[in-house]
Design a protein around this ligand. Structure first.
Ligand code: MGD
Ligand code: MGD
Ligand code: SF4
Ligand code: MO
Length: 715
């Protein structure tokens, strides 16, 4: 919160990766006198490209509002003031002790993020379970990856977003992209769709005519625009056609799957004409898409097909079942585990993959182990030097955790590391109330985010080009983040913060502060788990090895494990080695349009901003590209309610109200409007979105809310 952030102290030119999304585009970072110069470099996922956010990423190092000192509030209601680290950490340690003495271990909660390095995500989970001895930890990946993860785990035995290198996709003849706006959310990845587009086989499923949907123009493929929240019906109809027309890969099904008969029974009810009644996609188009995919499948001699899901289908109260239907379809066509074909979820955050493997999730220990599995507890406790009986059990998932803050029996203190919950969590008004009810809110961040502004203590921590570590990108490859500059004086790494707090809290647990040492410990903790990193270390990565997990350690004298780019090639890590076809049924969204709230609000992203915008709203070029919250509204709809482009419109629904500028556009249909969730204040989308969750993954219904839209006035 100072306009005079010191220039970073130069170190050396390094090869690293973008601070933002899971594509983790390759970058070369060269320190200069007043910052860092960022250039793209050859890298498989990004093909040497970057988007505008990557090009401007160095601005965040010196952005206005970059935190360079701890801040603290003397008492509730007083303003935040700069303080020394000693004063800030004393307050945090005292606060933790007081809350735990009065209310028990679980009364101190932790909220993490999928942008943290593997080393930080691992240490945060370990620190919470051993130093705090609290079960109350979850993270923002719950809003991102949880539905796809739950479906992949139950059907394929493992959740690795893309279980194949992204570059494999380029050779496919057909790609079914469900609820992903790749052209805005990972622009350099569009290059991998060339094969499918050339063959006329790109199918984009999105109720909006997104930039990605436009990639299907000119014979490159088809855009299916179902009624929001009915993708599962689209998929059931595709499954129906594949089975009814004998397009399934029978040999593959016999050799590699179970559950065909149950699926056949359930899909028999969804003939395309019936599906059309619910999802609005013409039956003929559904049949044509099923055939396009089948012809591309390896069993029919095609060049390959992929089915990929994004947040548009996953972020719903039936997101897990929708992904299950997508996996069912991929299995029927014999795609999964075949080279050049497959199913995958396009992971979102920079370390969205690694962040969900090393123990910041409510039910998890490192190595993607279950915290409820006695053998997993014993293994990890031994690495940590604690008694397994002292490890807490499973805690509540994000929404339940956040909802219980300050409630009777709920946590009374919260530490946030790497999330801006006041902007990104649905039911935002209630989140504000819950945070205000806490005795102690501590936020570690690199900027004064909206959540930091509400904190009692704000801790300034290192970011991206100021730190060493590893990330795991969207195709499960472990990659190195490297330090190019020294952090500004006054900024500490989170590893140092957790180690110091462990000391102050009198814990005997050792918290490593060097990233490579943390990685070595993480590797041992993960050994034997699903996400086994035990054969990886910083040195192998620095030598340029391409390592996808699982990558187990090998015995002394044996060659090192080469990593596993395509984990399902020889079987599935399920008890019987087979993938499970699972029947699912459709149910309406929790907050769908109705009399009194007749308009469907869809949410998503724009190219120029990242997530809650905490970082990108501080970058001048990005602010210029997309400076203000907006509501996309169809011209006919706009005319009906007397709205002209640029007018302010009010959206109101069961969960709250928001006001933003109308952007009149035929990307959306009449009766449907779209908002990006990157902004706070009255234009915040999450004031309108409710917190109903998927019963299996606990993913909230982030993509859909029922609202009314009215004109407020001219801009
Ligand atoms: N520019 C930018 N890029 C990012 C991010 C960012 O914030 N900004 N964040 C990163 C992260 S963490 C993530 S998770 C990814 C997300 O990447 P995507 O999943 O591509 O992103 P979204 O824009 O959230 O949603 C995709 C699409 O879902 C559509 N949609 C809404 N409702 C439905 C529905 O009912 N059915 C279907 N089929 N589609 C629907 C929306 O219209 C939208 O076009 O992006 C990553 N990359
Ligand atoms: N309605 C609606 N809501 C959504 C979504 C949607 O599509 N629609 N998408 C959801 C999805 S997919 C996601 S992933 C979430 C994301 O939501 P958030 O987690 O809120 O997203 P970010 O803005 O990435 O927040 C990261 C914060 O951590 C800070 N930070 C960056 N690096 C570090 C670090 O190393 N350490 C620490 N301590 N802090 C750091 C950043 O400055 C920022 O304040 O939003 C979800 N919310
Ligand atoms: S934000 Fe994503 S797509 Fe853009 S440069 Fe960074 S890693 Fe690449
Ligand atoms: Mo995400």
């Amino acid at each position: 919160m100072t306009a005079t952030t010191p220039a970073p102290t130069a170190l050396r030119t390094v090869e690293s990766h973008c601070p933002y999304c899971a594509l983790q585009c390759g970058q070369r970072l060269r320190p200069t006198t007043d910052g860092v110069e960022v250039a793209p470099r050859e890298w498989p996922t990004s093909g040497g490209g970057m988007c505008q956010k990557g090009w401007t990423s160095a601005s965040v190092l010196t952005a206005p509002g970059r935190l360079v000192t701890p801040w603290m509030r003397a008492a509730k209601g007083e303003a935040l003031q700069p303080v020394s680290w000693d004063a800030a950490l004393t307050r945090v340690a005292d606060g933790i002790r007081e809350v735990q003495a009065a209310h028990g271990h679980d009364a101190v909660a932790v909220f993490g993020g999928g942008g943290l390095t593997n080393e930080k995500a691992y240490t945060l989970g370990k620190w919470t379970r051993t130093v705090l001895r609290s079960r109350s930890i979850d993270y923002n990946g719950r809003f991102c990856m949880s539905s796809a993860a739950a479906a992949a785990n139950r059907q394929l035995g493992m959740d690795r977003g893309l279980p194949f290198p992204l570059t494999d996709v380029a050779g496919a003849q057909a790609v079914l992209l469900l609820g992903s706006n790749l052209a805005e959310t990972m622009p350099p990845a569009v290059g991998h769709l060339t094969g499918a587009r050339g063959a006329g086989g790109l199918v984009v499923v999105d109720p909006r005519r997104s930039v990605t949907a436009e990639l299907t123009d000119d014979g490159a493929g088809v855009h299916l625009d179902p009624v929001p929240g009915t993708d599962i019906v689209v998929l059931l109809a595709l499954i129906h056609v594949v089975l009814a027309e004998g397009l399934a890969d029978e040999d593959y099904l016999t050799a590699r799957t179970t559950g065909l008969e149950d699926l056949r029974r359930s899909a028999s009810r969804w003939w395309p004409e019936r599906a059309e009644q619910v999802c609005g996609v013409p039956a003929g188009r559904l049949r044509a898409v099923a055939r396009t995919l089948a012809v591309a499948a390896p069993g029919h001699g095609g060049a390959g097909a992929y089915i990929l899901t994004g947040r548009g289908v996953e972020q719903s109260s039936h997101g897990t079942d929708t992904v299950t239907a997508a996996i069912d379809l991929a299995l029927l066509l014999g795609l999964v585990g075949r080279r050049g074909s497959g199913y995958g979820a396009i992971t979102g955050q920079g370390n969205g993959q690694g962040g969900r493997e090393h123990g910041q999730k409510a039910d998890q220990l490192p190595g993607y182990r279950s915290i409820e599995d006695p053998a997993a507890r014993a293994h990890v406790a031994a690495v940590w030097g604690v008694d397994p009986d002292d490890l807490p059990g499973k805690g509540p998932a994000a929404i339940a955790l956040l909802r219980s803050l300050g409630e009777e029996g709920g946590p009374r203190a919260l530490l946030v590391h790497g999330a801006n919950v006041r902007v990104s969590v649905p039911g935002a008004t209630d989140v504000d109330r819950r945070l205000a009810a806490l005795d102690l809110l501590v936020v570690a961040d690199v900027v004064m985010s909206e959540t930091a502004q509400a904190a009692d203590v704000v801790l300034p921590v290192t970011q991206w080009a100021e730190e060493e570590g590893t990330m795991t990108n969207l195709d499960g490859r472990v990659i190195r983040r490297r330090r190019a500059v020294q952090p500004p004086p006054g900024v500490r790494t989170e590893l140092e913060v957790w180690a110091e707090l462990a000391n102050r809290l009198g814990s005997g647990v050792r918290i490593e502060t060097e990233a490579s040492a943390v990685f070595d410990e993480l590797a041992r903790a993960s050994a034997g788990g699903v996400a086994d990193y035990s054969g990886i270390d910083h040195a192998r990565l620095d030598a340029g090895e391409v390592l996808h997990w699982p990558c187990p350690a090998t015995a002394a004298g044996q060659a090192a494990h080469p990593g596993t780019p395509r984990p399902f090639a020889d079987g599935f890590p399920t008890p019987d080695g087979r993938a499970r076809l699972l029947p699912v049924t459709w149910r309406p969204a929790s907050d769908d349009r109705r009399p009194g709230a007749p308009v469907r609000l869809l949410t998503g992203r724009v190219l120029a901003h990242y997530q809650s915008g905490a970082q990108t709203r501080r970058v001048p070029e990005l602010e210029e590209a997309a400076g203000a919250p907006f509501v996309e509204i169809h011209p006919t709809h706009a005319a009906e309610i007397g709205v002209a482009a640029g007018d302010l419109v009010r959206l109101a629904g069961a969960h709250g109200e928001a006001v933003a500028q109308a952007r009149v556009s035929d990307r959306v249909r009449p009766g449907e409007v779209f908002m990006a969730f990157h902004w706070s204040g009255e234009g915040q989308a999450n004031r309108l979105v409710g917190d109903a969750v998927d019963p299996i993954s606990s993913m909230p219904e982030l993509k859909l809310a029922a609202v009314t839209v009215t004109r407020v006035g001219a801009r």
